[in-house]
Design a protein around this ligand. Structure first.
Ligand SMILES: C[S@@+](CC[C@H](N)C(=O)[O-])C[C@H]1O[C@@H](n2cnc3c(N)ncnc32)[C@H](O)[C@@H]1O
Length: 289
């Protein structure tokens, strides 16, 4: 009698808990989906404006950075490369000179248009482009021999998920290369604050240790890395990244303060009366086991 009663009492509570749990699960899931949909809208809106100025900024084709990228990744003539969040196709077109084939994927149509223009200008025929969200790569497992991404992780809500996808489409023994800004641990908060003001699609830069931690978690092996600093003129980047006009004085003030304090970790300095600073760039390469 007792046990019947307790079984009887228990079931409705159990079922209710189950529904509460399911409901919260569905809510979390739909919130995450909504967040990523609205973030993707912000990305497309921001990079539609940035597509042309970004593609024209000589710093993004900086020779030293490209050489370092090739030294680290050592592309081969038979490589099939995927450039994730390829933007205007700058590194995709560089890889195409050295490998069998390159595919570039990006969510912003205006960026893919710039990429096609660059491909046409350089008369490259071993590249194709795809419009899509890199959180779900539309490619089969183990397809590419090298999967790369540059300057995208600080725009993503789920960098871990994108790395998982990069690994899925990379064949065993293939290489995965991530290039991104990696501020120092004690500067990362201030860095993300000013970068979010400058570019509303910035979600958050990872420190080098955090980036390496993601590669370790993904069980990538033989990790190798390189670092360099990319100099920028503040006024040029303000012009090409479309911050809210009312935030511009505050952004200038933060960079001005960085000259004496180095609190952003961007080594702001004056050259001929203008503010320049450095993006701290890391490249990290791993092998899929
Ligand atoms: C700063 S740009 C870098 C472009 C290029 N990788 C380069 O280094 O020149 C960042 C790019 O990431 C793309 N992006 C951001 N989130 C994305 C997503 N979820 N799926 C596809 N592309 C995305 C943007 O559209 C933009 O073209």
């Amino acid at each position: 009698m007792r046990s019947n009663c307790s079984r009887f009492d228990f079931r409705p509570i159990h079922i209710t808990n189950f529904y509460i749990w399911m409901h919260s699960f569905l809510d979390v899931d739909s919130n995450t989906r909504e967040n990523s949909v609205s973030h993707n809208d912000a990305i497309i809106s921001q990079f539609t404006k940035q597509a042309l100025p970004f593609s024209q900024m000589s710093q993004h084709s900086n020779h030293y950075g490209l050489e370092l990228m090739f030294e680290l990744s050592n592309p081969q003539v038979d490589d099939k490369v995927l450039d994730v969040a390829c933007g205007p196709g700058i590194i995709a077109c560089e890889f195409a000179k050295k490998v069998y084939h390159v595919t570039g994927i990006d969510i912003t149509p205006a960026m893919i248009e710039e990429a096609k223009n660059l491909q046409r200008e350089r008369k490259i025929d071993n590249i194709d482009w795809k419009l899509g969200d890199v959180t779900k790569l539309p490619f089969e497992d183990d397809y590419f021999s090298m999967v790369v991404t540059r300057y995208s992780f600080h725009h993503l809500i789920e960098p871990r998920q994108v790395l998982e996808e990069m690994e899925r489409v990379c064949k065993p023994n293939g290489k995965i290369l991530i290039i991104d800004v990696t501020p120092d641990k004690d500067k990362v908060e201030a860095y993300n604050h000013v970068e979010k003001l400058r570019d509303s699609s910035h979600t958050g830069a990872l420190t080098f240790d955090e980036l390496k931690g993601l590669m370790d978690e993904a069980r990538l092996t033989s990790l190798k890395s390189k670092h360099h600093e990319l100099e920028m003129r503040l006024e040029s980047i303000l012009k090409s990244s479309f911050p809210n006009p009312e935030d511009i004085p505050r952004i200038r003030q933060l960079f001005q303060k960085d000259i004496s304090m180095d609190n952003l970790g961007m080594k702001s300095h004056m050259e001929n009366g203008e503010i320049f600073f450095y993006f701290p760039i890391s490249m990290i390469l791993g092998t899929k086991s």
